[in-house]
Design a protein around this ligand. Structure first.
Ligand SMILES: Cc1cc2nc3c(=O)[nH]c(=O)nc-3n(C[C@H](O)[C@H](O)[C@H](O)COP(=O)(O)O)c2cc1C
Length: 419
């Protein structure tokens, strides 16, 4: 199958999307001018920056973001203290109407956050009248300065149900609850949202974190005039957490709602992983903050090529494909065992595997200093596979299953250090 023949369009909560790639609600989706440019770049939809009523003026702390780098990699994580939109409600509603007029085939999901029951109703009605395709209910910002809002609502499932019901009474648009990862079990608020009338779930918003502390001034970052705060953390560092919550929701036997996945997506591979664990659409913020709207070109091309190679013609057919392979750890077949397998022809003699096997593994490697090569004692290998992860040569160390008769030898001998 050719990559040109695959169909990237997808249905999410009863609406057709040109492709599964969306901007998530944040500074990347803050105005019609920005969102329009992103649509032209290839994004299929937007969760527009969260709207509030004009009753409580929003002023962002300054500065409001801090990038967390790791080694050579910039922005592995992003810490932010940004609030909902600080633009007025009216210009934002006009922007939503403008987007629907000029890009009718693209999906505009209005994100809203009320600070009272009445405000949830007023906002849901206002964005419906403005022509939005669907509404995302923001129950998840972890650092709102307005008391009793954001993730404090998402952590109280009664409030999630109550505010979803309120919005449901005033609009026919699909309601999607955006939930917080700052809970143990997201399926509880998700079920509450469903009871209130939500037809989809978005996850995740940012994870509460503290990414860095200034060594000179001792202030957690971002340093807002001498004060830091535990606040929202996003970017590649949170992808495993986002995937986990989407998988939890997809595997829940009663929830059965379409899902929009977010958290650390930068590439088509990240996006595909979210689809495979059950998301129908995916949303991006930090990846765009880092590289710009243009990353969607690679996402479209990469996913199309992958689908063509796999012979999958519709994105929909990939959704949730990993879920049947997801189990409790107690269900693993521990009778089957294996060891690390070394392709010595490719070894560069760095010794990383030897060090890690001694200091964190099973003493299964001896070191030949003359040849600068490890020598494996198979029966001592614990199959932790950590040697493969520290090895700089991709694929030199792989996993192989051993026959049933294979027996491990005890590696940790009492008194060894003293002998
Ligand atoms: C600076 C910033 C502002 C954000 N503002 C909002 C917001 O107004 N509403 C919302 O629902 N999520 C907001 N988010 C959360 C993102 O939409 C997204 O859920 C989160 O950043 C994780 O995705 P990522 O790893 O792709 O950034 C914001 C994130 C950042 C970094």
């Amino acid at each position: 199958m050719s990559a040109k023949k695959v169909d990237l369009s997808v249905e999410f909560c009863g609406k057709k999307f040109l492709n599964p790639f969306m901007l998530s609600s944040s500074p990347v989706s803050n105005s019609a001018e920005m969102v329009g440019r992103s649509f032209d770049a290839g994004w299929g939809g937007v969760a527009y920056k969260t709207l509030v009523t004009d009753r409580v003026p929003i002023v962002h702390p300054s500065p409001r973001m801090h990038g967390y780098d790791y080694g050579d990699k910039k922005l592995v994580g992003l810490q932010n203290v940004e609030q909902t939109t600080d633009r007025g409600l009216k210009p934002n509603l006009l922007d939503i109407a403008y987007l629907k007029k000029h890009w009718p085939r693209h999906r505009v999901m209005a994100s809203i956050m009320g600070f009272s029951n009445q405000e949830w109703a007023d906002l849901a009605k206002a964005v419906t009248d403005a022509g939005a395709d669907m509404i995302e209910l923001n129950f998840s910002c972890p650092h709102m300065t307005v008391e009793g809002s954001g993730c404090k609502v998402g952590q109280e499932h009664d409030l999630v149900e109550k505010f979803t019901t309120t919005a449901h009474k005033v609009t026919d648009l699909p309601l999607i609850a955006k939930l917080t990862p700052n809970v143990t079990d997201m399926t509880i608020p998700a079920m509450a949202a469903k009871r209130g009338g939500a037809v989809g779930i978005t996850a995740i918003n940012t994870v509460k974190g503290l990414s860095e502390v200034g060594l000179d001034d001792w202030v957690p970052r971002p340093n807002v005039f001498g004060k830091g705060a535990i606040s929202g953390y996003s970017g590649p560092a949170i992808k495993p957490i986002g995937l986990r919550f989407i998988a939890d929701l997809a595997a829940h036997p009663e929830l059965k709602l379409p899902l929009s996945g977010i958290g650390g997506i930068e590439t088509w591979v990240d996006a595909l992983e979210y689809l495979l664990v059950g998301a129908s659409t995916v949303q991006v913020t930090t990846g765009i903050i880092h590289y710009g709207y243009r990353i969607v070109e690679d996402m479209i091309e990469g996913l199309s090529d992958y689908m063509a190679q796999k012979g999958v013609s519709r994105v929909q057919d990939l959704v949730g494909k990993a879920i049947p392979h997801l189990h409790e750890t107690g269900q693993f077949d521990i009778k089957r065992q294996g060891i690390a397998r070394y392709d010595m022809d490719r070894c560069v003699g760095c010794g990383q595997c030897y060090i890690v096997c001694r200091d964190a593994g099973g003493f299964a490697l001896e070191w030949d200093e003359k040849k600068r090569r490890p020598r494996q004692v198979e029966e001592k290998c614990l199959s932790c596979m950590i040697c493969g992860f520290v090895c700089p040569v991709q694929g030199m160390i792989s996993f192989k299953e051993m026959p049933k008769a294979f027996k491990r030898r005890e590696t940790i001998t009492l008194g060894r250090a003293r002998s």
